[in-house]
Design a protein around this ligand. Structure first.
Ligand SMILES: [Zn+2]
Length: 589
């Protein structure tokens, strides 16, 4: 139940680790020296770009191997001081790679005929997207002096505001009365009561949570105004049309894709509203759902698994998709790629790390034998399968943007959930469907409200800092538009802008639509799979393989999927709508 990291290094004081660390230092020094000496003139561009790619491949690989070992070691043992120290040291080394990278960006910026230069070399052709992407981004690069000034000023600007918000929100204690006893509890504990099976606790927790925000609302508003104001100033300086455009460029997504996705999402909101109203009835409300009942559990699934049974269940169901996927998971299990045992000092939740330098992956989970923790394993193993399909690529072609990061994981999750639905009792079906629709509701309906809120926030921030009342009112307007008559209009969550930390990161504007895209893209591919059957599988692997070296539109085109057409997103949403219809029928209210 524990993973092996020996394939990376046997320990921090092994010869291999020490040698690699030394080699990293030498390589960074060489890289800096080379950049200083050669990137100053524009002669021999092919040779210089080839050299840069070689340096970068070597450095990325070495760095990722060292950092992964430290990261993974720390993730299962928070008290591993050597791992934490190594991580800090590696962070410092990473900053020494920034200067040659910036020098290279400026070098590329000055090349007018990059396309024909790329044509002259196979190595350059292999990295065409990578190079064109660097060139594209240089459009928004300011002068060296301005870049330095911005980065220095942001440490006392947006970063300082973020730190303040982090401090006040993470230390916020909520006054709550439970079982007649007055208590002070941390915010995350109180928010977790939303999943309680006791309706009274859910309501009390929600009211206590909202009340607690009053203690920090003014400083949160000031932080938010400071951060969003800075973002507006800098994106305008860089020549972006809006902060949204900046996020789209970073996500390799275009506006037309976004528009077609939102067109489809808006059409399907009424289906979700029906779901919320049905859930309300199941919980004994007459019409619509109060906000604090959104996560109320409905029924339960009796299925439980030992670790081995969970893996067998996953492998058997993956086999209905392809032997390659099933054998891959079996191999991961047998070779100890997974660490699933919950224990003291280990990180909560789950994640997958794809280790390109050794062509393997590692999955961390906290397996408790429940149905949902089996599903989590299937999800993370999907990420690992994505890594498998990128193994043969250059490490510089193995990084994919956020909107398609969840493609393989949600796909694998869907395979297993659908298999489970087939053998579940009616009571269990109701519960499985409900939790899957509830998750989708967060990603489609709630994300839509956050997108509306952030759009309005930026619009107004252009002319003035927003007051607490204004922030509350635009949040409630956004929720009303998204949740419609699914939610009780008098019991919303006006303080959601304090709760979601993404709003307080200057580098993560509109960190909402990528979630919706991820879910719908993956579901849409699943719809294609249901249509095409066998023929789908090879194309799917090819698509995963292309995720690190294409724009999202071109990745999708590999499967003849046109993300500029809302029809693709409609097909994904129809799958969720079908689940909603079945849920309503099973609910029988
Ligand atoms: Zn994931």
């Amino acid at each position: 139940m524990r993973w092996s990291l020996d394939e990376l290094y046997t320990s921090f004081d092994s010869k291999e680790y020490e040698n690699d660390l030394k080699e990293l230092d030498q390589l960074i020094a060489k890289f800096n020296k080379w950049a200083n000496n050669t990137l100053t003139t524009s002669e021999n561009p092919v040779e210089k770009i080839e050299k840069y790619i070689n340096f970068n491949q070597g450095l990325s690989s070495l760095f990722s191997k060292l950092a992964s070992f430290a990261n993974l070691s720390a993730s299962v043992d928070a008290r591993n001081e050597i791992a934490l120290q190594s991580l800090n040291k590696l962070d410092v080394k990473a900053t020494a790679m920034t200067k040659p990278e910036v020098q290279f960006q400026n070098f590329i910026k000055e090349i007018d005929d990059l396309d024909s230069i790329i044509d002259e070399s196979d190595l350059l052709k292999e990295h065409e997207f990578y190079l064109l992407n660097i060139k594209e981004k240089t459009k928004y690069l300011l002068s060296e002096k301005e870049e330095i000034l911005i980065s220095k000023m942001s440490t006392t600007g947006s970063t300082a505001w973020s730190n303040l918000q982090d401090k006040v929100s993470s230390t916020l204690m909520v006054d709550i009365s439970l079982d007649g006893e007055d208590k002070q509890l941390p915010l995350p504990v109180v928010r977790n009561f939303a999943y309680s099976s006791d309706s009274g606790i859910r309501k009390t927790a929600y009211e206590a949570e909202l009340e607690s925000y009053k203690k920090i609302e003014k400083s949160s508003a000031a932080s938010l105004n400071g951060i969003k104001g800075e973002v507006l100033t800098i994106t305008e300086l860089r020549g972006f049309e809006s902060p949204l455009e900046e996020t789209l460029v970073k996500s390799r997504t275009d506006k037309k894709t976004l528009d077609s996705m939102f067109t489809a999402m808006e059409e399907f909101l009424p289906a979700f509203h029906k779901y919320f109203r049905t859930k309300a009835k199941l919980l004994g409300y007459e019409n619509c759902l109060p906000f604090y009942e959104l996560f109320a559990p409905i029924g339960e699934v009796d299925m439980s698994f030992s670790y081995e049974e969970a893996i067998n269940y996953i492998v058997n169901n993956f086999r209905s998709f392809s032997d390659k996927l099933a054998d891959f998971v079996q191999n991961a299990y047998e070779n100890n790629w997974l660490d699933v045992e919950p224990r003291d000092g280990k990180r909560g939740g789950a994640f997958c790390a794809n280790l390109h330098p050794i062509g393997e992956s590692r999955v961390l989970a906290n397996f408790d034998g429940s149905f949902s923790s089996m599903i989590t394993l299937a999800h993370e193993l999907g990420h690992a399968y994505h890594g498998l399909n990128l193994r043969q690529e250059s490490i510089l072609n193995s990084r994919y943007p956020m909107p398609i990061a969840e493609t393989a994981s949600i796909f694998c999750e869907t395979i297993v959930v659908n298999a489970a639905l087939k053998e579940a009792t009616d009571k269990e079906r109701l519960s499985i469907l409900e939790s899957s629709i509830s998750d989708a509701g967060q990603v489609i309906v709630d994300i839509y409200s956050r997108y509306l809120f952030e759009t309005e926030l930026f619009n107004r921030r252009k002319s003035h800092p927003l007051s607490v009342d204004e922030l509350k009112s635009i949040m409630m307007d956004a929720q009303l538009k998204a949740y419609g008559h699914g939610l009780d209009k008098d019991i919303l969550h006006p303080y959601m802008w304090i709760n979601k930390s993404h709003y307080y990161s200057a580098g993560l504007n509109f960190y909402n639509f990528p979630y919706a895209f991820g879910l719908l893209f993956s579901k849409g591919l699943y719809a294609e799979y249901l249509n095409k059957g066998e023929g789908f599988i090879e194309e799917y692997d090819d698509l995963l393989n292309a995720t690190g070296k294409n724009n999202i539109k071109d990745v999708a085109l590999r499967m003849d999927v046109d993300v500029h057409n809302p029809e693709f997103f409609r097909n994904s949403l129809k799958l969720i709508e079908k689940d909603i219809e079945e849920f309503i029928e099973l609910a029988g209210v």
